[in-house]
Design a protein around this ligand. Sequence first.
Ligand SMILES: [Zn+2]
Length: 269
Amino acid sequence: MIKQNVQFLPHEEHVFIVISQNRILKEIEQTGLLQQSWQQLTFLHEYRDEVVEVGNFDDKRVFVVDMGNEQPGIEKYETASLRSMLLQLPTHWFEIVSRAWQTALFLRTHRFCGQCGSRMQNVGWELAVHCDTCQHRCYPRISPCIIVAIRKGNQILLAQGKNHTGGMFSTLAGFVESGETLEQAVHREVYEEVSVKVKNLQYFSSQPWPFPHSLMCGFLAEYDSGEIAVDGDEIVEAHWFDFDDLPKIPPVFSIAGQLIQATLKGTSS
Ligand SMILES: [Zn+2]
């Protein structure tokens, strides 16, 4: 359930995910999100028409407000990056924070019609924007990606992307291209990135990934043939790692971390 043009009850406490300068607002020295009534958050009142309700969490209504480049200018607040917030919050917050972030991003990047250039209007009863001039309507963009853990005996193929910081190695991932099935995307991406062929694909699970609007579709796969040769573009290093000698890997709240754990548990099967 995502709603625009929302109504607040006086003094009822809500969860507010407030975005300021592309970061999330929080109280200094607190790790959680803002949980207050609308009345208390006076600095947000000028954004009243832009508040979007993105769901419920722990019996509280959850709203997102995007302040754009503005800041509250109040000493008790600071901002944190989306990534650091997701790392700090309990993992069950991941889905609602991701949804809020992607909703704000959608509204920020669809102010004008991509077809005729007119200003877009919020539809209100559904999360969409509409052009009254040419009737073009846009919905939030979701980009499917495959992500795959490849096993060979008691080894797993992990790679370091050019954007991976801190020496982390992860599973391979890539965007699905137009006209391609998820399975075709797995075979193509793996071969493009590390020159290896895989077999016995098994669907694992999916995860919305708000960097910026991916839907990660996870697979487990077995090695089929080929020697690792990285593309040097997206992937700078890739190796077969023994299960008992892994490098730094992603946290388990991410589907990459879950795929790695599932591959390790498959040892005895
Ligand atoms: Zn238009």
